[in-house]
Design a protein around this ligand. Structure first.
Ligand SMILES: Nc1nc2c(c(=O)[nH]1)N[C@H]1C(S)=C(S)[C@@H](COP(=O)(O)OP(=O)(O)OC[C@H]3O[C@@H](n4cnc5c(=O)[nH]c(N)nc54)[C@H](O)[C@@H]3O)O[C@H]1N2
Ligand SMILES: Nc1nc2c(c(=O)[nH]1)N[C@H]1C(S)=C(S)[C@@H](COP(=O)(O)OP(=O)(O)OC[C@H]3O[C@@H](n4cnc5c(=O)[nH]c(N)nc54)[C@H](O)[C@@H]3O)O[C@H]1N2
Ligand SMILES: [Mo]
Length: 762
């Protein structure tokens, strides 16, 4: 039986006192209140630490307080005074801990030293580091490297990530999936084909000069709140901010700038969204196509002498495929665009008018575009729209994928990737004297499939909580328990440690907010933000326990115990002085990282080069490529419409960071007390005679013989389109089939799951 849900008035504006109150609450709960509060001004500062929450850009100079409600929560969560010491594990069996909620597991505190699961007592028992490394190394030596998966969750530093991928490759495996496979992999596939880089092209400066901001499926107020500063400044300049989102996300509508005393004291707020369009889930493809069609139509219909609507010079000089693309747009039928997007032509004309009125437009997006069957096509369509008016590679314009984890972009850049062609393998061979594997490794979906069908024998995780974050929970949990080996580099206890392999290890590490002392002194690490800015991060606090090791030290420990000695890779020297790791990264790709260590120490860090910003297109055609669209059918497998069927969107609340649940108050949506809920359109609730709080069951609509059911959910009314429902990730992940992913990038299609809803009785 879930805790009872309470509905409240959604917080009227993001930022403001509500945010400060929420920060104060969590600081108090996690202990160390005053001390942690004193640290917050150090967050995202050059001489401070880089926040462990989101990856949004760090301005130079920073705001006085360059942190947000969620960054403060993440900091407090890491620096909690709660500890899970060996005494705790002595008094709880793993079976018993399985009865705890995800919230309770992490709330219990920081792990304090290495542990191994003991089958006889079903307990995690303390172990010496050296013994753990030796045992893990011995097991890995006995396995086929192709059957071992090295996952990375996006939070570890560039230094740790580089060592992680090098260890995996020296061992013989390209099985290097990371959280990006569940997140912005659609970006990493779409953008290189379109504009020749796998990352966004905007920097913070572009926000000062942009004339129009389009935001597709990105919940800024919750997931990258520091960006609200840029949005607020733009709104103050009169820049239209136009939002596409099936859910009315109240935090996106108004903002009270906590740095602005006048706004705070007057409890005033500024309207952010000039237009808010409740597109259907997966309907962005049609909406974007409609916008492109309008721009093309208006250009063709302009009177002689009128300025062009399409930037023909840019298209002629810089792009490929325009004619075929334009033809495919002209062929589209307005009735189909309206039906699939859920938006009328008149609404799309409002957007297109703002778009063509601006000299420079920024296209921002998040999981609402990437986590669909047509995730890659969604992004290509957004690029198409931007290219029509030359909105890539000019000031104030560009495409801006908002990354998730604080260093997910950096990790991919230092070659945590299952795609061998993306890593400088020849350089690795030359510099480190080994023959790297050349075959493609497993991405997250393939790794999960491998666990389920027994082909994968070991999963090592540099952070993360795959048992919760992956699709297909039912099959996965059962298979996960049969894994011969699970090794978890982690800060806290989570579900993936309880649903564990036959040989299971918890290797707790320092948080990057803590001092990392090695042979050459206190170390600095580095991370890359969403705009390719690389920044140093300095620990600020004593470690949670003297028996913790840094991530680089743990990786080196496993590597040394597993790999044959190699004179060209001195793991101990790297751990002793992380500058040497940065020198190694720079040697692998000087075009990006030359003089890494010095440059990252300059005020503001350094930015990796981005050729697309200079309109230098590193694509097959040497131009920016338009994508002609064959079909607007974003998901041929979703055929809803039967009685009680809905398209389910899974979302985050502002009281969580991915699988880490900080609390149960989704204050922007006005939903409090429970996460076991389903947000529904009021008319749908009325039609099904469901009162608020009614218990419902969701079952995935699929005919593959797998039962995917979540029961005991409470229905709550919410402003979203009829036929569409929403609920929380990770609670609803049992409903997500593994095969239901973006066809071209394998990102699980978590934003449109076909489900049937029934009441508890029937
Ligand atoms: N506080 C906090 N911050 C975070 C995280 C967190 O969990 N908590 N997670 C981090 C991570 S790893 C990531 S990847 C990012 C995720 O940040 P976001 O990209 O913002 O991800 P979500 O909240 O999953 O979904 C974003 C929005 O997409 C909308 N949406 C759903 N389907 C569609 C659709 O079909 N079309 C459109 N246009 N919109 C749609 C949802 O209603 C939701 O408002 O945030 C990062 N930052
Ligand atoms: N249905 C649905 N599923 C989704 C999504 C969705 O929107 N809907 N979003 C997807 C996305 S975008 C992502 S990124 C994935 C995330 O999936 P994961 O990467 O698997 O999960 P996280 O919750 O980010 O990982 C949290 C754990 O990381 C560990 N950790 C925290 N800090 C550190 C540290 O400093 N070092 C180390 N070594 N470990 C640490 C802690 O043990 C914590 O429990 O989930 C995906 N799954
Ligand atoms: Mo993510």
């Amino acid at each position: 039986m879930p805790n009872d849900v309470r509905l409240s008035k959604p917080t009227a504006a993001s930022g403001g006192w509500g945010s400060l109150e929420s920060v104060a609450g969590i600081l108090k709960r996690e202990g160390h209140a005053a001390g942690t509060a004193l640290l917050l001004p150090k967050q995202n500062k050059h001489d401070g630490f880089q926040c462990v929450s989101c990856a949004w850009a760090k301005p130079n100079p920073p705001h006085l307080m360059e942190f947000c409600e969620n960054g403060a929560k993440a900091t407090a969560w890491d620096l909690t005074s709660n500890r899970l010491d060996p005494g705790f594990f002595a008094s709880h069996t793993v079976r018993e801990l399985e009865g705890w909620s995800d919230f309770e597991l992490e709330q219990a505190g920081r792990l304090t030293g290495p542990m191994r699961w003991d089958a006889a007592s079903d307990r995690y028992v303390p172990v010496e580091w050296a013994a753990a490394f030796a045992a893990i190394g011995a097991e890995l030596k006995g396995l086929d490297p192709k059957e071992v998966v090295f996952y990375a969750s996006g939070r570890a530093s560039n230094e740790a990530a580089f060592m992680w991928q090098l260890m995996a490759r020296m061992y013989g495996s390209n099985n290097l999936p990371d959280s990006s496979n569940m997140c912005h992999e659609s970006t990493s596939v779409a953008l290189p084909e379109a504009i020749g880089v796998p990352v966004g092209t905007t920097t913070l400066d572009d926000f000062d000069t942009t004339g129009c901001i389009l935001i597709f499926g990105q919940n800024t107020a919750v997931n990258s709140p520091r960006m609200l500063h840029q949005l607020d400044d733009a709104a103050a300049r009169g820049v239209p901010i136009i939002i596409f989102n099936p859910l009315r996300e109240h935090g996106m509508e108004r903002f009270t700038n906590p740095q602005n005393p006048a706004q705070m004291l007057a409890t005033g707020s500024r309207r952010l969204a000039a237009q808010y369009h409740q597109v259907l889930p997966g309907g962005d493809l049609a909406a974007l196509a409609g916008l492109c069609k309008l721009v093309l139509e208006w250009d063709a219909a302009r009177a002689a002498g009128d300025a062009a609507v399409v930037d023909h010079d840019f298209i002629a000089e810089h792009t490929h495929g325009f004619e075929a693309f334009a033809r495919s747009m002209r062929a589209l039928d307005w009735a189909e665009i309206e039906r699939r997007s859920g938006l009328t032509r008149a609404l799309l004309e409002q957007v297109a008018r703002a778009y063509v009125a601006a000299d420079a437009t920024t296209g921002i997006y998040g999981m609402g575009l990437t986590q669909h069957r047509a995730g890659v096509e969604n992004i290509r369509m957004l690029v198409n729209l931007l290219l029509l008016r030359g909105n890539i590679g000019k000031p104030g314009a560009g495409i801006c994928p908002v990354r998730g984890h604080s260093n997910v972009q950096g990790q991919r850049a230092v070659w945590i990737t299952e795609k061998p062609e993306l890593a400088p393998l020849d350089r690795f061979a030359e510099l480190f004297g080994f023959e790297p594997p050349r075959d493609k490794g497993m991405d997250v979906v393939e790794a999960a499939g491998g666990v389920i069908d027994g082909k994968v024998k070991a999963v090592l995780q540099l952070g993360g909580n795959l048992v919760r974050s992956l699709p297909e929970r039912g099959l996965l949990e059962a298979a996960w328990r049969r894994l011969p080996l699970t090794v978890m580099l982690t800060t806290k206890l989570n579900r993936s440690h309880l649903v564990h392999g036959e040989s299971a290890w918890l290797l707790p590490c320092l948080s990057r907010i803590e001092f990392d002392r090695q042979a050459s002194g206190v170390q600095v690490v580095s991370v890359e933000d969403s705009t390719m800015g690389i920044h140093p991060s300095h620990g600020q606090r004593e470690p949670a326990s003297p028996d913790l090791l840094s991530e680089p030290a743990i990786i080196a420990g496993i590597a040394k115990a597993t790999l044959a000695a190699n004179p060209k890779v001195d793991w101990d020297a790297w751990v002793g002085d992380y500058r040497l790791v940065r020198h190694a990264i720079a040697a692998c790709k000087p075009e990006w990282y030359s003089d890494y260590d010095n440059r990252m120490r300059q005020e503001g860090g350094f930015v990796r080069p981005n050729p697309a910003r200079q309109r230098n297109w590193r694509t097959g055609t040497g131009k920016a490529n338009f994508l002609a669209l064959e079909s607007l059918d974003a998901d041929p497998d979703i055929r809803l419409g039967g009685e009680g069927t809905f398209n389910l969107v899974t979302v985050r609340s502002n009281d969580q960071f991915n699988t880490t649940v900080y609390g149960f108050n989704d204050r922007f949506r006005g939903i409090d007390g429970s996460r076991d809920i389903v947000m529904m359109n009021a008319a749908d609730m009325a039609r099904l005679a469901l009162p608020t709080g009614a218990l419902v069951t969701l079952e995935t609509v699929a005919d593959d013989g797998v039962a995917r059911v979540v029961a005991g959910l409470q229905a709550v009314p919410f402003d979203l389109p009829p036929g569409c429902i929403a609920g929380y990730y990770p609670e609803l992940n049992p409903l997500l089939p593994l095969w239901h992913h973006a066809t071209k990038s394998h990102v699980p299609a978590a934003k449109s799951i076909p489900v049937r809803l029934s009441t508890a009785a029937g």
